[in-house]
Design a protein. Structure first.
Ligand code: NOJ
Length: 563
């Protein structure tokens, strides 16, 4: 099922509040999600959902700081709601993937509370260290490892702090070590200080985490999106990181990037072992015939990703963030995709991603037209396709005022997390009927014109395009099972690829430029008909001659079948 699955990421806090909840809280709910499953399955046509964290959490990192892996956050509902959500999803033929935040917990987790008190054998469940002394005898952290969330220092400097630094001196990152008075030692936190890293080198911790996986698998979930995989692999001899001499404040932006990362994360031997062990859970006898899958959030070079993809291709693969990281350019995308598919083990399942809750929304990143192009392109490439909620409507990043931000300490990612725009004629765009100032994050009023209600019956809308592309990709055998091959064109701005399975062939042309382009393509077939265009879904199929050449509209992605 996963091989061509369209997977829809839901950010539970801002997706949909069950209208029957009294009083309304201005926060999405599990019951709300359940009510929207028919929309996702029957209207949009998705095959699976991925739920961002819905667990008990003090919300220091919007749910990625979990204080109990086996409890639901009360603002979102309860376990009964979750059971019903799974039941409904499965009835509709949808699979469910949940976020597995394996690298760290909240500092409020019982495990950490016990660990800091050295209670009940929890001493080494986290990474503790007494620190070392500097030349003046002052206590300092054991090494130079830094927190990913070092942006606050940059912001502080912009506000006038760190006045002692010369203009050309780098703003220091935030140490990954936090002193804990109670235990009298430092603990490691790769992210916020309220997110202590679990000690995966401790086999007891690994057992406990694998039990968490089993808990949810036994409830019926079909897979996991594993958070922050890089940081799970650490060099436990705690060697310093080397300095990234190429760092510049303007280019990198985050003081964290002053360090190269080979010890505090990306330590491959350990990481490979932990991934292998998690995969083994999915393969356990009791889960036979369940078609389970894991997708890993890994930020690393293509060759390291390739190694991770080879660990257990039958059950696990890494996210392919190529589309989000590269410039919008035909040659760059071609190169990346060629490398990606060439190196993907045949047993593995590739994937395409245009956005998530950590990245500027697709339409804000690339503009409205190009967002449509990028979406169409991804839907016709092999593998799983991820859609971040609201992307199908072409929603934009919101300008969230500082006082309303939830994420101002860790990354300012609120702009891409504001509520879904269901119906602009309803209060709060149909997301919740709580008072507007009570909403978890404000409605992006600039996007009211993009509500689902307006787009549903508009054949030219972004929603209609997504629906048509998803449907077409499922109907055509070449897109269901065909291999990828990029195809030469005579125009540097036009990227073309074909999908071929036995005698079934199909071609996709993508004009990366904002101008009309003329292109001829060295495809396997010469006479074709265009069956879908990102510019206008209502266009009638047209005969095209690929050898002689054809015109593409500005930023047009076009699907061509042989005649
Ligand atoms: C990646 C998640 O996507 C992000 O939202 C979170 O802040 C970090 N991992 C830490 O868990």
């Amino acid at each position: 099922m996963w091989r061509q699955a369209v997977i829809y990421q839901i950010y539970p806090w801002t997706f949909y509040e069950d209208p029957k909840r009294k009083p309304q809280r201005g926060i999405g709910s599990l019951k709300g999600i359940t009510q929207k499953l028919p929309y996702l399955r029957e209207e949009l046509g998705v095959d699976a959902i991925w739920l961002s964290p819905f667990y008990k959490s003090p919300m220091k990192d919007c749910g990625y700081d979990i204080s109990s892996y086996v409890d639901i956050h009360p603002d979102l509902g309860d376990m009964d709601d979750f059971d019903k959500l799974i039941e409904k999803a499965h009835d509709l033929g949808l699979k469910i993937m949940i976020d597995f935040v394996a690298n760290h917990t909240s500092d409020q987790h019982e495990w950490f509370q016990k660990s800091r008190k050295r209670q009940d054998g929890f001493d080494d469940w986290y990474i503790w260290h007494p620190g070392k002394k500097d030349e003046h005898g002052n206590r300092i952290p054991p090494n130079n490892w830094a927190s990913v969330f070092s942006m606050p220092n940059k912001k502080a400097r912009e506000r006038g702090e760190f006045a002692e630094l010369r203009p050309d001196e780098w703003t220091p990152p935030i140490s990954a070590w936090q002193w804990d008075e109670e235990r009298g030692e430092y603990y490691l936190h790769s992210f916020a200080k309220e997110q202590p890293d679990l000690n995966w080198s401790n086999p007891v911790v690994r057992q406990a985490m694998k039990d968490v996986m089993r808990f949810w698998l036994d409830k019926g979930v079909d897979g996991f999106r594993v958070d922050a995989i890089n940081w799970m692999g650490k060099n436990m001899s705690l060697e310093d990181e080397q300095v990234n001499t190429a760092y510049s404040e303007e280019y990198y932006g985050n003081p964290y990037d002053q360090l190269l990362k080979a010890n505090s994360c990306n330590y491959m031997n350990a990481l490979h072992q932990y991934i292998w062990e998690m995969c083994e859970v999915l393969r356990e006898e009791q889960y036979e015939n369940r078609d389970l899958r894991m997708i890993l959030e890994a930020h690393m070079g293509e060759s390291e990703l390739r190694e991770l993809n080879a660990i257990a291709p039958d059950v696990s693969s890494t996210f392919n963030f190529g589309a989000m990281k590269l410039k919008w350019s035909a040659p760059e995308r071609r190169l990346q995709l060629d490398y990606y598919y060439e190196n993907l083990d045949a047993r593995n399942i590739g994937n395409q991603v245009n956005g998530n809750h950590d990245e500027t929304r697709l339409a804000s990143r690339l503009g409205d037209e190009v967002a449509r192009t990028a979406a169409v392109m991804n839907f016709f490439l092999p593998g799983m396709k991820f859609i971040y909620n609201g992307e199908e409507l072409g929603l934009h990043n919101a300008d969230v005022p500082l006082e309303k931000m939830r994420d101002h300490e860790n990354g300012f990612r609120d702009g891409e997390r504001t509520p879904m725009i269901w119906d602009d004629r309803q209060e709060n765009a149909g997301f919740s009927s709580a008072d507007a100032d009570q909403l978890w994050l404000p409605i992006n009023t600039n996007d009211l014109g993009n509500s689902l209600a307006r787009q549903e019956n508009d054949p030219k809308s972004s929603f209609s395009l997504y629906r048509a592309a998803i449907k077409l990709a499922k109907e055509i055998e070449a897109f269901r099972s065909g291999a990828y091959r990029s195809v030469p064109t005579n125009n540097i701005d036009v990227f073309a690829f074909e999908r071929k399975s036995g005698d079934d062939e199909a071609l996709v042309l993508v004009n990366f430029s904002p101008n009309m382009q003329y292109v001829s393509v060295a495809a396997k077939f010469s006479q074709g008909k265009s069956v879908l265009s990102s510019v206008d879904v209502t266009l009638n199929p047209q005969e095209v001659n690929l050898t002689e050449g054809l015109h593409l509209q500005p930023n047009e992605a076009m699907v061509v079948l042989p005649v």
